[in-house]
Design a protein around this ligand. Structure first.
Ligand SMILES: Nc1ncnc2c1ncn2[C@@H]1O[C@H](COP(=O)(O)OP(=O)(O)OP(=O)(O)O)[C@@H](O)[C@H]1O
Length: 624
């Protein structure tokens, strides 16, 4: 392979800070692995002095194995690459090693994910926090605790999203107390404690500076503040810091990534050289042009233009569809068409903005007998608390679930002020009449119960689709969700999207029984997918890849489809401020740059009975 001029420059870089801006498919892994070889062979740097950091364990393994292959090709000895002593790791693994040396920590000191969930659940219990979905609350709280720690935020000024601020502060402090009592550290502590250790103990810092005198970091756009501050300490004073990343592919702001760190690198290191890897070796020139037109609309970025090494052969195709059903028809027909042309299904990927989008397409593929697999574990839509509410209502009215659990679930959603003790004597076969008996001297409650009785009797005579519509509108379940969102600082659209997805899932079912069977089949299929991702079928095909745009990062496919490119989805309704909108644009950019040959984009004109508008990003793609 002949390196481009800028690849050669990056590979040959020896001392001092370097910022390598690497566009999609521009060979950054190629550059990093070749630079390691140069450091070893041309500059005679001992491998044990070289540290290569990536963000995930999988990426570290991939980088290491690419390096091994390259190095072994050049050195006859089979174990030559392993014996170089170059360290490949994630921030967590490298920093943990530093802590281990200093404090004699072992694995038992690290809080496992399971223990972390247990801890947060006990705090939710202790503080008597209310939520319809405890798992969601637990994971949101843990996400926020992590954001505070990894970005060194002040707890006193932190604006919590999953609960009121004063409650969040109590949660945080209790969590810290429990960690200390258990003599444990969590994943974020590994980062903050390493920073503390290195900033306070000069002797330890000097030892590690000696050890790792050349540091290379991949995907630098995803770094958070505490990781950066620690690396700055380690790299000083020589600052042999070689950072590679693409500010345009920074998509983890919600997880604490701070793309502005990469944008400010040259201010922190005024002597840094900047190298631009601007040739895309992956995609058709039409795709590269569309990607350039899109991303230029972001303002917080290094201005750059990516060039394609491939010719322009296949224009990017946009298909506006009437609704999701029509979109599915075009999508499946197109998949079959490519398959008939000789492409394997596993050469194709469908990328979604959210998990919710996947369900509908997955249905169509199942019905059409098109094999598929999922990259990430998709949460089951029907395990969401909103689905469970709706299922409980429909089980009740269908006569297949008249249980205390179902009554408890629905009786105050929306709020009817029914006390739990009204149900105390019953386990099953509960009726509104029994509740009325409990409230016999309270007229206002009797009125409410009459209304509930009437509503349930109406739902009973309806199809599942009509019943869910009636529940959402006439029974004001939708308003209940909006109030809930307001109270819990959540974007209401996220809850309404779940409601709509559940509603749509019932559209083709004539009876309640049919819908319940559909839910069971769907759940089984999902479990099967989770157990055997990408396993081959009888025709030796692992099938079309379905995954979210976030999960598609770093992957590539000859053919890529992106459905639902509509306002409120791409960009997502949650994108409130300019910075969010730019992140959404980057996410779409990541999606379209996964395609090597063919890129198919879709948008719909209507969904769930509501008019939908094409995404503003579609217009931007075409601008010259
Ligand atoms: N100078 C070059 N000439 C031809 N092909 C190249 C060159 N540099 C890299 N490539 C090819 O481009 C592809 C992408 O390279 P690589 O995997 O190193 O890119 P990357 O930037 O790490 O990708 P990603 O965008 O997924 O992070 C590989 O198939 C690689 O062999």
């Amino acid at each position: 392979m002949a390196f481009s001029d800028t690849q050669t420059q990056a590979i040959a870089h020896k001392d001092g800070p370097a910022l390598v801006l690497a566009g999609p498919g521009s060979g950054k892994t190629t550059v990093i692995t070749n630079r390691i070889v140069t450091l070893l062979e041309r500059y005679h740097i001992p491998g044990s002095r070289i540290l290569v950091i990536t963000f995930t364990r999988a990426a570290a393994q991939e980088m290491q194995s690419r390096f091994f292959t390259l190095y072994q090709k050049r050195n006859a000895r089979l174990d030559a690459a392993r014996s170089t002593g170059v360290t490949f790791g994630t921030f967590h693994s490298v920093f943990y090693r530093i802590l281990k040396h200093a404090y004699q920590y072992d694995a038992s000191n690290i809080l496992t994910q399971k223990e972390q969930y247990k801890m947060i659940e006990s705090i939710i219990d202790e503080l008597d926090m209310d939520a319809p979905d405890f798992n969601e609350l637990a994971s949101n709280l843990l996400g926020e605790i992590s954001a505070v720690k990894s970005n060194c935020l002040s707890l006193d000024y932190y604006y919590a999203k999953s609960c009121p601020e004063n409650v969040f502060r109590r949660v945080y402090r209790l969590y810290e107390k429990k960690l200390r009592q258990a003599n444990k550290v969590d994943f974020d502590d590994i980062l903050t404690m390493t920073y503390d250790l290195l900033s306070k103990r000069r002797d330890i810092l000097d030892a590690w500076r000696q050890r790792f005198s050349y540091i290379l970091i991949d995907e630098f756009q995803d770094i958070n503040l505490v990781q950066y501050k620690t690396i700055q300490l380690l790299a000083a004073p020589k600052n042999n810091l070689f950072i590679v990343g693409d500010d345009d592919q920074s998509i983890y702001r919600f997880r604490g990534a701070r793309p502005e760190i990469m944008l400010g690198f040259e201010k922190d290191y005024p002597n840094a050289i900047r190298i631009l890897l601007d040739v895309n070796y992956r995609s058709d020139a039409y795709i590269v042009a569309a990607a350039n037109h899109l991303i230029v609309h972001n303002t917080a970025r290094f201005p750059k233009k990516i060039r394609a090494s491939h010719q322009a052969a296949f224009p990017v195709l946009l298909k506006p569809c009437r609704d999701p059903a029509e979109q599915n028809r075009y999508l499946t027909a197109q998949l079959r068409d490519y398959h008939a042309q000789g492409y394997a299904y596993e050469q194709m990927a469908i990328l979604f903005r959210t998990n919710l989008g996947i369900r509908f397409v997955m249905d169509a593929l199942m019905k059409g007998g098109i094999p598929f697999h999922m990259k990430d574990a998709i949460p089951n839509l029907f395990a969401h608390w909103i689905s469970l509410d709706i299922i409980a209502y429909l089980r009740l009215v269908s006569g297949t679930g008249n249980t205390r659990a179902n009554w408890l679930r629905i009786m105050n959603r929306p709020n009817r002020y029914i006390k739990r003790e009204a149900l105390a004597p019953f386990t099953s076969d509960i009726s509104v009449a029994q509740l009325k008996a409990y409230y016999q001297d309270k007229d206002w409650m009797l009125e409410r119960l009459d209304r509930l009785e009437y509503d349930l009797s109406i739902m009973k005579r309806m199809s599942p689709y009509a019943a869910i519509h009636y529940l959402s509108n006439a029974m004001k379940y939708q308003d209940y969700l909006k109030d809930y969102a307001k109270e819990h600082h959540i974007n209401e659209q996220e809850l309404l999207d779940v409601l709509n997805a559940v509603h749509e899932s019932s559209q083709s079912c004539r009876t309640f029984a049919e819908w319940f069977t559909y839910i069971d089949t769907y759940t089984e299929e999902l479990q099967k997918q989770a157990k055997s991702p990408a396993s081959k079928d009888a025709n030796n095909e692992s099938g079309v890849c379905l995954c979210t745009l976030h999960c598609a990062k770093g992957l590539e496919y000859p053919i890529v489809f992106i459905p639902d490119i509509n306002e409120d989805n791409i960009p997502h309704a949650r994108a409130a401020v300019d910075a969010d909108l730019e992140e959404e644009r980057r996410l779409f950019y990541v999606g379209i740059t996964r395609a090597k040959e063919h890129l198919h984009l879709y948008c719909v004109g209507e969904a769930s009975g509501k008019e939908k508008f094409p995404s503003r990003f579609l217009e931007e793609l075409n601008e010259m």
